[in-house]
Design a protein around this ligand. Structure first.
Ligand code: NAD
Ligand code: AHE
Ligand code: ZN
Length: 369
């Protein structure tokens, strides 16, 4: 079938809106009509060429919601008409990782997913006879996409796709990192570096956890109003200080914060986030994605004296078993989604969504088909 899609033909180039060919779903696969998709910084990261797993031409997008239109052989967990959120972190329920009870990092389709391929090693997308790669197992920048059954969360059909698409990545990642990775407790002090969609979701999660002080940090003060809306108790612009930001936060908190979160993808900020963690027990959660060749460093003494470095992918959430519940929470107002949506654009204007992100004007742009 034909599908309108925004194709990343080469790194660093604007996406091109073209009509691609989509092959039918094979066994264990599902054809989904995407209704809405957010644009996450990770899409921009891969488009920039900095992603070691970036392959081109590809159809990016991994923060969507849609409706099942066809299922391949053997698919039992979803059917025609079901409302779904594609998952870049699958949940097969059977692999070593799913069965461990320790992680959400399912391996069922991860190896082929990282190569832009479906589990059988081929692609369902093509343009003028040439294959187009998939992205993060989702490719939500195509009106019709093919996704592995294990990469689909079935959600309440009453949910508003234009909002709950954000649970496909950004909001789930931030809220999940607070509850699952950091396990923030009532009264804990939290520092959040970077107040985009991810950082603001961390702020919202910290408030849900009844954290004490929630210190929100960004070099763009335009982000502070929303941070306060979501529960930040203080907002700090590193540019307002001569000293390194970790020293500012240690000074403000005496010994540092119980939990810090890096939501930017900047390895220097990752160091600052670790070093502002409380002596003896403070932990720093890396959420931001850094480019090829980038490495983190600190004095080992920072860890010897009790600070802990951790990372979080998709907020530690198991998509098929836990995401439907988060959709319900959003429908009940327990998770607030609408303030994240600063812009709404048709697919034809998707490149504007990337510009709005790069200029810092948007939190999330939601694309509709
Ligand atoms: P975004 O671009 O919307 O937000 C980033 C924010 O960081 C902006 O507000 C920007 O002003 C701020 N910032 C930039 N440099 C800064 C600095 N030096 N100090 C303080 N603030 C600074 O991005 P996003 O969509 O919120 O994504 C954030 C990061 O999280 C990206 O690296 C993205 O790839 C990553 N991410 C990771 C996961 C995961 O599962 N681990 C999921 C989603 C996104
Ligand atoms: N491809 C990159 C890594 C990218 C990365 O870390 N992705 C995050 C999700 S970002 C969503 O916006 C993630 O979940 N990682 C775990 C995984 O299995 O991909 C690289 O460095 O190669
Ligand atoms: Zn994302």
């Amino acid at each position: 079938m034909k599908s309108r899609a925004a194709v990343a033909f080469a790194p660093g180039e604007a996406l091109k809106i073209v009509e691609v060919d989509v092959a039918p779903p094979k066994a264990g696969e599902v054809l989904v009509k995407i209704t809405h998709t957010g644009v996450c910084h990770t899409d921009a990261f891969t488009l920039s060429g900095d992603d070691p797993e970036g392959v081109f031409p590809a159809i990016l997008g991994h923060e969507g919601a849609g409706i099942v239109v066809e299922v391949g052989d053997g698919v039992t967990s979803v059917k025609l008409g079901d409302h779904v959120i594609p998952l870049y972190t699958a949940e097969c329920g059977k692999c070593l990782f799913c069965l461990s009870g320790k992680t959400n990092l399912c391996t069922a389709v991860r190896a082929t997913q990282g190569k832009g391929l479906m589990p059988d090693g081929t692609t369902r997308f093509s343009y003028q006879g040439q294959p187009i790669y998939h992205y993060m197992g989702c490719s939500t920048f195509s009106e019709y996409t093919v996704v592995a059954e294990v990469s689909l969360a079935k959600i309440n059909p009453e949910a508003r796709h234009e909002q709950v698409c954000l649970l496909g990545c950004g909001v789930t990642t931030g809220i999940g990192a607070v509850h699952n990775t950091a396990k923030v407790q009532a009264g804990d002090t939290v520092a959040v570096f970077g107040l985009g969609g991810i950082g603001l979701a961390v702020v919202q999660g910290a408030r849900q956890a009844n954290a004490g002080r929630i210190i929100a940090i960004d070099t763009n003060p335009a982000k502070f109003a929303l941070a306060k809306h979501f529960g930040a108790t203080e907002c700090i612009n590193p540019h307002d200080y001569q000293e390194p930001i970790q020293q500012v936060i240690i000074r403000l908190t005496e010994w540092g914060v119980d939990h810090s979160f890096e939501c930017i993808g900047n390895v220097d900020v990752m160091r600052a986030a670790l070093e502002c963690a409380h002596r003896g027990w403070g932990q720093s959660i890396i959420i931001g994605v850094a480019g090829a060749g980038q490495e983190i460093s600190t004095r080992p003494f920072q860890l010897v004296t009790g600070r802990v470095w951790k990372g979080s992918a998709f907020g530690g959430i198991k998509g098929r078993s836990q995401l439907p519940g988060m959709v319900e929470e959003a429908m009940q107002g327990k998770i607030e989604l609408s303030p994240f949506i600063t812009h709404t654009l048709p697919l034809s204007a998707i490149n504007q969504a990337f510009e709005l992100m790069h200029t810092g004007e948007s939190i999330r742009t939601v694309i509709y088909y």
